[in-house]
Design a protein around this ligand. Structure first.
Ligand code: ATP
Ligand code: MG
Length: 237
């Protein structure tokens, strides 16, 4: 397995508050990897560290061998890292189509991906019939599809998703799972954070469990599934 994304011994702070304590994780090309943990465990901070959105005080973060700590967020995005924040920022006064158009990145050099609005609609059929609707009126699940779709329009090869199914209706959670698996089939690599363990179990190849800014478990989803102690201690299962 070649390391696509690699974090080694990453520590991060918010001002004087120390939040990540030596987080190491790796994501191989074509994998779906999840980062599980309870509220405040450090999931968002870890993902933001990759994007250069938190103050990383030590450690190494590389993407395809490129040192991301030396790069700005916009440069990291242009390298092919797509980020969907937990807030699913969409523009409420723009239509679905206009929201997708915003995601186009000029000057990026896609490696094997060439997304268009039509292709996004093929992946997320509910968005097609909402084409002219305003972003502000979408349901939670539709907003998530739109947020992912807009990020895809930038032709990322790595997708970072922060709690993609939080606040999404159960039936749509299933759909989103299938859609993410489809993205994997297309060759995308995905790292996502979640608290919804069944969802993660259904789609991830491997997982990490984080607690209080430290990685407490790493392994396959089968290994996690059979590790009662980790599930009880860190995931409240
Ligand atoms: N902007 C900030 N300033 C100070 N502390 C912060 C900030 N953002 C997060 N923290 C703290 O850092 C720790 C990790 O937060 P983080 O948001 O990474 O957790 P999380 O696992 O994403 O949680 P959640 O499931 O609630 O989204 C928490 O203790 C949180 O209170
Ligand atoms: Mg979070």
């Amino acid at each position: 397995m070649s390391d696509f994304l690699f974090l080694s011994d990453v520590s991060a702070h918010y001002g004087t508050s120390h939040v990540l304590f030596g987080v190491s994780l790796r994501v191989g090309s074509g994998e779906i990897v999840c980062l599980l943990g309870r509220n405040g465990a450090g999931k968002t901070t870890t993902i933001k560290s990759v994007m250069g959105l938190t103050e990383v005080s030590s450690g190494k973060i590389t993407f395809c061998g490129d040192d991301l700590r030396r790069r700005r967020t916009d440069q990291i995005a242009r390298l092919g890292v797509g980020y969907v924040a937990d807030a699913r920022i969409i523009f409420p006064d723009l239509t679905v189509r206009e929201n997708l158009e915003v995601g186009v990145k000029k000057g990026s050099s896609p490696v094997g991906f060439d997304w268009s609005i039509e292709r996004v609609y093929d992946l997320f059929p509910p968005l097609r019939r909402l084409d002219k609707n305003l972003g502000g009126y979408l349901s939670g699940g539709e907003q998530q599809m739109l947020a992912v779709g807009r990020t895809l329009m930038g032709n990322p090869s790595l997708l970072l998703l922060d709690e993609p199914v939080e606040g999404v209706a159960p039936i749509i959670v299933k759909d989103l799972g299938k859609q993410l698996l489809k993205l994997k089939e297309l060759g995308l690599t995905i790292l996502f954070s979640e608290q919804n363990v069944p969802f993660a179990m259904a789609i991830a190849d491997r997982g990490y469990v984080i607690e209080k800014g430290r990685i407490r478990f790493e392994g396959t989803m089968d290994e996690l599934s059979s590790n009662e102690e980790v599930k009880r201690k860190y995931l409240m299962l």
